[in-house]
Design a protein around this ligand. Sequence first.
Ligand code: ATP
Length: 547
Amino acid sequence: MSESEEVVRGEQRDGNKRKKKKRKEKKKDIEEEEEKREEGQIKEEESESVLLHGIFKVGKKSHDVLLTKTRLTWTPIIPETPTGDANLLQPGVMLLEDVFAVKVKRRRAAGQQSGGPVLGMALFCCRRRGQKLEEDTLHLHNASAEHTHTWYNTIKELLTGFSSRPKRLKVFINPSSHKKEAVHIYREHVAPLFKMADVQTDITVTERKGHALSVMKECKLDEFDGVVCVGGDGSVAELCHALVLRAQLDANSPEKPVKSVLPLGIVPAGSTDVVSCSVHGVRDPVTAALHIVLGHLQQVDMCSFTALGQLVRFGFSAMFGFGGRTLARAEKRRWMPSSRRREYALVKTLARLRPEDCQLSYLPAKKSNCSLFGPRDQDQDQDPEPEGKESWTTNRGQYLSISVMSVPCLSPHVPRGLAPNTSLANGSASLIAVSNASRSDFIKHLKRYGSSSGQFNFSFVETHDVSAVRIRPHSLVSWSEGESEEEADSKSTPIIPSEGGVAFPWNIDGELVEMANEVLIRVHPGLMTLYGEEVEEAESAVSCSCI
Ligand SMILES: Nc1ncnc2c1ncn2[C@@H]1O[C@H](COP(=O)(O)OP(=O)(O)OP(=O)(O)O)[C@@H](O)[C@H]1O
């Protein structure tokens, strides 16, 4: 070995030793921190005053049960039997923030509706399994009616103290969503949980597009604590739009969007359920219902879409170019089953891939607005700068696709989301602009959405954190003119028809919107509150096999 090689090896050894030492020190620091945190937690638990202390049977064994204002703990009483098998029993803890109902248990004969000797009480709570929330029950047995009622009343009072939990909900069910199962999903999985949690409901089964919007315009909002949507992304978009519009009307604020007064709960019953997945991580009606009854509130940024100075709608995501064309093509095949329709439209649009000539302008988000998963300062002034003072960046080019998303748009097909660079309430949106590229490169870009990352690592893809985007198409060929006669003949009805001129299809929250003119998209931080929580990744259940 040469002298220089030996020196290099020696340096490497020293370097490795240093790294090892650093790793050890870091591990020690983390362990110490964890110890301190645990000690703090124990002290906090100890310092919490005990409200009730009693004996209940959990399973078949007697337990010492303690109630504080945040938790219920039970410890086996040892030794209970001469065999000492109680040693095998474990103590348990249940946080009251996870309990959504408490009931007195009574022995009743078959058909008996009321009365009966007291057996104890049951606490209904939610347990986490990955992203999923599941219902669970803890049975505490004690035959003394007085003892049980004291505990029941105290727990009930503590549960009433959770102010974000709804007592009255306005529920909209779209019976035509996806497989037409929304009514069944609600009755089977959601209504029993609402009943258990003593939540009263006023239900509207929608009869047509726009029905929920018209009910929301007239509805007495102060009679409710929240609104629930049982349906797909189209229904969610309609209700979010309705809630913000209603807030704006009530506040007599024609120019400035106003935060929705009521939170919205989303019970997924559609085919993709992107918004529901973005706040639950799974497409599961029980998880959705548990987030609602437990009052888990999550602020969410929304966008306004304006054309010719007129508000078109409020929404979470918009796709122009490939995404808009694919949806327009799928809508013309409404008679096909939804998965076949989507695959057909995707493949056909890829086969006819062509860029859109347009001017793309964007306003970069202010850094202070954009800590990715940290909450924004609630009191932060959200007014945009005056138009003249904003520093827009403008490019003109050929774009295959332009997307603007104020939420990550998670789904089982795209677990990390169509816009993994944004989060629910960071005050900005993600702009993803895909310039003209070969079909094979574009397909490579699309395919990477399904895998974990790398979809933006292409020279033709740019992403920006933005607070506003302006898109002005220059093409002279409209969507339908550019398609074959067979497709142009079809009778699809866009929700916003173009007012003359060349119309371009947009995909706004999964709904087809045709607009002829320049479109201005502005992000409005925290405009909507949804029942749910920030989720980094959705549970993946399916993969798209068509590309
Ligand atoms: N009774 C009804 N008949 C027809 N359309 C309805 C009815 N009620 C509501 N709608 C409209 O249907 C549209 C689509 O609804 P939704 O998104 O719930 O279902 P979907 O399109 O099957 O689901 P996804 O968007 O996930 O594919 C919404 O714009 C909604 O306003």
